[in-house]
Design a binder for this molecule. Structure first.
Ligand SMILES: [Zn+2]
Length: 372
């Protein structure tokens, strides 16, 4: 349930290790990166706009980091910082948090924690931090509820459900099916607990952080009810995972919502950023802060259109999601990568299905899609 981390070459750009270097790929070279020469070191914060700071935490995946944001604030009569997103729970991350707390907060508390969505790299330390600082968690209802469901490991989100879901879409490789079934509670490994209560935030709401108004945008397709935050005064968007400069956001059909149409939802969601001003600085959860959001929206639309063309071609004869995976991801995938790749392959089939370009038929327990 984390983001892609599939990073298949033709579709997700170069090796993610290159994120550590300054080499931009062809698409990125059409964006503008005002902080290209600077990257926050361990426990260090960089001011990216007045009173807004960038900190960076490691992740043990192909995508090896997440950006978190600290905003100077006063909340419930306390001076301190509002934190956007938390990093996964791990020994390394907790050590780093101790350094940030000791050196990066000027002795002030976190007064509020806002999570853009419930993926482990964003919500992992929310319970620990909100308890430590007696700070509330602000999150959308869809994300908070799904986080509690995932933590409980309810049937429908467990390995057995994923195996049944993928098998119904043509996955027959026994080794992959066994590995997916044995994933256990993958979420709980990185999110040992969730805050027991939350303050709901929602699309269109305006909230105040650091004496500034921030407009909230719900985004769909990547997670249940992702929230991005836009400050008109600063022309600054904290985009979470809805807008990333280098990789395309993972959009998957999962077992718990097997008829979802997340690619379409994602494209519709990012289109809502088009009215934002040209100068808007986007702070993404992965990669570097960038300008030229409108160019990136066009790139992502083109990316998904190209994938849809491939799927359309395949669907001239009956096609399963398992048939789409090797066309869309042209290299061997381990079971972890397959989880995201498979969900994304199915998501592209569903776009054509919802547009009535293809029809779906269940034959011998397996769904096949074919051009109408
Ligand atoms: Zn995510």
């Amino acid at each position: 349930m984390i983001d892609v981390y599939v990073n298949s070459k033709p579709f997700y750009g170069p090796d993610p290790k290159a994120l550590r270097s300054y080499a931009l790929n062809a698409l990125e070279s059409r964006l503008e990166f005002p902080f290209l020469e600077r990257l926050p070191g361990a426990g260090e914060k960089i001011e990216v706009a007045k009173g807004i700071y960038w900190i960076r935490f490691p992740l043990p995946f192909a995508l090896d980091h997440i950006n978190l944001w600290l905003i100077e604030d006063e909340f419930d009569g306390r001076k301190g910082y509002t934190l956007i997103d938390c990093g996964i729970t791990s020994e390394k991350t907790r050590d780093l948090w101790e350094r940030v707390i000791a050196d990066g907060l000027d002795g002030l508390p976190l007064v509020r924690v806002i999570c853009t969505h419930t993926h482990p790299d964003h919500v992992g330390n929310a319970a620990w931090l909100t308890e430590r600082f007696h700070a509330p968690l602000w999150m959308s209802q869809g994300e908070y509820a799904m986080g509690r469901v995932l933590l409980a490991g309810l049937a429908g989100t467990d390995g057995a459900s994923t195996v049944a879901h993928f098998a119904a879409h043509g996955l027959t490789d026994r080794a992959h099916l066994d590995a997916l079934g044995e994933r256990g509670n993958y979420f709980r490994n990185m999110v040992p607990s969730m805050p027991l209560s939350f303050r709901r935030i929602h699309d269109g709401e305006e909230i105040e952080i650091g004496k500034r108004r921030w407009r909230l945008y719900a985004g769909f397709g990547h997670s249940p009810e992702h929230i991005s935050l836009y400050a008109p005064d600063l022309e600054l968007l904290i985009s979470g995972d809805m807008m990333l400069p280098r990789i395309s956001t993972n959009v998957s059909v999962h077992a718990i919502e097997p008829e979802a149409n997340p690619v379409q939802q994602f494209l519709d969601s990012i289109e809502r950023y088009l009215p934002l001003p040209k100068a808007c600085l986007t702070l993404p959860s992965h990669g570097r802060p960038f300008r030229n959001l409108h160019e990136r929206i066009a790139q992502l639309k083109a990316h998904h259109d190209a994938r849809l063309d491939e799927v359309r071609e395949l669907c001239r004869k009956p096609t399963t999601a398992a048939d789409v995976v090797p066309v869309m991801f042209r290299r061997p995938l381990d079971s972890h990568q397959l989880f995201f790749a498979f969900g994304e392959a199915l998501a592209h089939l569903h776009v054509l299905w919802y547009r009535n370009e293809v029809k779906r038929a269940l034959l011998n327990g397996v769904y096949r899609f074919v051009t109408v």
